[in-house]
Write a protein that binds this ligand. Structure first.
Ligand SMILES: [Fe+2]
Length: 319
């Protein structure tokens, strides 16, 4: 009896692993439509997040082909395209992986305008390299700092021609009805939240981390998109003038269960409803992308990697 039970458990684990490996290589296109009186021209954007150095076909050929089929006017990146491991002390691996991301960025920028906002992994790499938040990494050995600096330099080279929104906003001449902001949270907002509440984000902190995208400054005429890696702070963003918040970070919850949704976020929250999909709040909405890659917990079940197609439409097209 005991042997049969062990055999059955191992068989189920084996099959789930096979399924997860299969899902991690798929790309699912999800379509979203948002209407606003602030929009006068239909726009098609693609939103990508949490690649974490994943590759879909050699050199991400499948991803590029899918994008060509979708014909977006603009690509928005919500952060965590790279993998940056935490520094846990001397002798522990904290290598940063940026090569596949850098290659993909070079391809993307040749074909599309691209806007990139930072996730916690980019912030960590920059902190380790000594050009971002440094408090957490001040005891890191010089040899590791130099490795992080090399990775950051390779990533930064690939950003040439890409609009990096690190606590700032832009209005593009080609899309004058849009204002796009990149809000970079400090790493202290990404701590483990197992039976703990999230760190509060005041209006003053929101203004600082978004480079001034507050309710007072947000333009009433323009449709305000805020790239905000963590979905936990979308209500703060909408209260401060965001029409559409674009988030990722939760990887869809890793395992998506019927009726219950995503099992676990990277911050160890269980069954958070904001793991994937659209969440309305007051006059705004948040779209949470399931991400494309994984790191540390390399599992995806009922949770296919996502390309988000965003069609922005004026209200008269709603019917
Ligand atoms: Fe993240």
């Amino acid at each position: 009896m005991y042997r049969i039970a062990v055999f059955l458990i191992l068989s189920v684990v084996f099959l789930l692993k096979k399924r997860s490996d299969y899902e991690r290589k798929q790309l699912k296109t999800e379509y979203y439509r948002f209407f606003s009186e602030k929009l006068s021209t239909p726009r098609r954007l693609v939103f990508l997040s949490d690649l974490h150095e994943a590759e879909f076909g050699e050199g991400n050929r499948q991803l590029m082909e899918r994008l060509r089929e979708l014909r977006p006017e603009l690509i928005l990146i919500g952060g965590d395209f790279i993998v940056s491991r935490k520094y846990r002390g001397e002798g522990r691996d904290c290598t940063d992986q940026v090569e596949r991301t850098a290659a993909l960025l070079r391809e993307l920028r040749q074909e599309y305008p691209v806007i990139y906002a930072l996730g916690n992994h980019e912030s960590r790499m920059l902190g380790k390299a000594g050009c971002g938040e440094q408090g957490l990494f001040c005891r890191m050995p010089e040899s590791l700092r130099q490795r992080a600096q090399k990775a950051a330099a390779r990533w930064n080279d690939a950003l040439s021609g890409i609009e990096l929104l690190d606590r700032r906003s832009i209005c593009m001449a080609e899309m004058p009805e849009l204002r796009i902001s990149g809000l970079t949270l400090p790493l202290s907002y990404y701590g483990k939240l197992f039976f703990r509440k999230k760190k509060p984000l005041s209006d003053a902190e929101y203004a600082e981390y978004s480079g001034g995208t507050t309710g007072k400054i947000a333009e009433k005429e323009r449709f305000q998109i805020v790239l905000l890696h963590s979905p936990l702070y979308h209500k703060e963003a909408i209260r401060n003038g965001a029409d559409l918040v674009l988030s990722g970070h939760f990887h869809g919850g890793t395992v998506r269960l019927p009726y219950l949704g995503g099992l676990m976020s990277p911050q160890f929250q269980l069954f958070r409803k904001e793991c994937a999909g659209v969440f309305p709040y007051r006059n705004g909405r948040m779209l949470v992308n399931r991400g494309m890659g994984t790191h540390s917990v390399n599992v995806r079940l009922n949770d296919l990697p996502e390309i988000s197609v965003i069609d922005l439409l004026p209200p008269e097209r709603k019917a």
